[in-house]
Design a protein around this ligand. Structure first.
Ligand code: SAM
Length: 197
């Protein structure tokens, strides 16, 4: 079979597989229908934990149903609240990975979508919640107006991160004109001995 470059969600999962240990702590900042939360719950295993956020009750319910059906709901805490408030639920430096899959709930009305202003608040909160060495992944969907605004704001945000504290990267298609999703990933660097000297 021919090799397939695949998509931003796949690239994010590749990174997360490398960054999330069994027994680890993961955050799904956009639960949606719970597909990402289920992947995270399976990766952390019985000793790990997943905290998920969504502003739509139907998204939290759909995620809970998916996690229960897979027998992993006990290792998950689902929160009906905006991801911009994640610091109210999670201690600083407590998460190995934080995952964002922006946009609207698949199969639902498009009126409730992630918004640039709260997304920026949330990714800054995520950097505080991440452990040193932890990783943040953000799948961005620039094919709609608000998604294009999120892309522009997030690229500017990521480019401005202090290079001594974070590694920020972008993965995207260069020649596809239907605005496929792109991936921004940020690693919170380990505290370097040199930084305290
Ligand atoms: N990860 C999901 C999955 O596996 O099915 C897909 C996520 S979907 C593309 C984006 C979700 O973000 C929607 O369910 C939407 O309700 C949610 N959302 C919008 N604004 C939010 C906010 N401020 N905080 C948390 N979730 C939000």
């Amino acid at each position: 079979m021919a090799y397939d470059f695949r998509s931003a969600r796949f690239w994010a999962s590749e990174i997360i597989r490398g960054a999330l240990p069994e027994g680890g702590c993961a955050v799904d900042a956009t639960l949606g229908n719970g597909h990402d939360a289920l992947d995270l719950a399976q990766l952390v295993g019985e000793r790990g934990h997943v905290t998920g956020f969504d502003v739509q009750p139907e998204a939290v319910a759909a995620s809970r149903a998916r996690l229960e059906a897979a027998g992993v709901a006990q290792r998950c805490t689902l929160v009906l609240d905006g991801h911009q408030h994640m610091r109210d639920y999670l201690a600083p430096e407590s998460a190995d990975v934080v995952l964002f899959n922006l946009g609207w709930l698949p199969g639902a009305a498009h009126a409730v979508t992630t918004r640039t202003e709260t997304t920026l608040q949330a990714v800054n909160a995520a950097l505080e919640v991440l452990k040193f060495g932890g990783v943040l992944t953000i799948c961005v969907y620039p094919g709609h107006d608000e998604g294009a605004r999120e892309r522009d704001a997030l690229l500017a945000w990521a480019q401005a991160l202090d290079q001594t504290r974070f590694d920020a990267m972008l993965r995207c298609y260069l020649n596809q004109h239907k605005n496929p999703p792109l991936l921004i990933a940020v690693k919170k660097n380990l505290r370097k001995a040199a930084q305290s000297v």
